[in-house]
Write a protein that binds this ligand. Structure first.
Ligand code: 9D3
Length: 247
């Protein structure tokens, strides 16, 4: 897979892509990642890429000319152009699996108040957010998406796991993990894990995963374990309106 990233802050990408799974995927030739400074497509001597919003208001907007020039040069034949924006579809594991099927992704990292609307309308294939909190730009979100996608590419560490095995896509949180020592400061590893009874261990782990999901993630419970819920029938979406049955 080829990945291009257009940004005003190319140095932000120096660290994360040189470590861990992404670094190994690059070294193995599974993915190539190219970081581009948007200012390289500015045409005036001040290398201007932003301007004040028409209609007034605070902040600056990324101008269309440099962004269109960069996207048109980099997208090639089959580049899939993704704008990182708080207004995008919220990224999840299923979207990661979908993006992993493309040969070429091109990320546009917004900054300041955002990009000129004509860029969004005419040069972008999809818009993604990574969740409902305010960040200062699309750079960290692009890194998050690149990480989640890269580890799914054939030949990388995460790629052999089926989506069902992946905690969030599978709909269950993980069971608790333990390693040595068996007794740490008097806190002991559950006996069942030392029993050698693999069927019993598998049952215990599944029960722990279900219990954890019920306690911590009413949203996942509603989606994947609806039979374990007794919801109040007044349409209240609040987690507090949920009671658990079983376990
Ligand atoms: C304070 C500025 N806000 C005005 C109401 C709007 C706004 C513009 C730009 C808020 C954040 C940003 C920068 N964030 C991103 O570009 C971004 C983002 C995010 O903030 N959260 C989650 N996912 C993403 S993807 C891109």
């Amino acid at each position: 897979m080829r990945i291009d990233i257009i940004t005003l802050f190319p140095r932000m990408f120096d660290g994360p892509f040189r470590e861990s799974i992404i670094a190994r995927a690059i070294a193995a030739g599974i993915v190539e990642i190219h970081i581009h400074d948007l200012r390289g497509w500015a045409t005036d001597r001040h290398r201007t890429v932003d301007d004040a919003p028409f209609g007034g208001g605070a902040g600056m907007v990324l101008k269309p000319e440099p962004l269109f020039a960069a996207i048109e040069q980099l997208r090639g034949e089959n580049g899939h152009v993704i704008l990182m924006t708080p207004q995008g579809q919220v990224f999840n594991q299923q979207l990661a699996a979908d993006l992993a099927t493309y040969n070429h992704l091109l990320f546009v990292c917004g900054h300041y108040e955002g990009v000129d609307e004509r860029v969004r309308e005419h040069a972008i294939d999809r818009e993604l957010s990574i969740g409902d909190y305010v960040l200062s730009g699309g750079e960290l979100p692009a890194m998050v998406v690149v990480d989640a996608v890269t580890r799914l590419l054939p030949g990388t560490l995460g790629s052999h796991l089926s989506t069902v095995e992946e905690s969030h896509a599978g709909g269950l949180l993980e069971y608790p993990h333990y390693t040595r020592p068996r007794d740490f400061r008097g806190w002991r590893v559950p006996d069942i894990l030392l029993s050698g009874n693999h069927a019993a261990i598998a049952r215990w782990r599944h029960e722990q995963a279900v219990r954890r999901t019920l306690e911590r993630r009413p949203d996942l419970t509603r989606k994947y374990l609806p039979h374990l819920l007794q919801e109040h029938k007044d349409g209240d979406e609040d987690a507090g309106a949920t009671t658990t049955s079983g376990l």
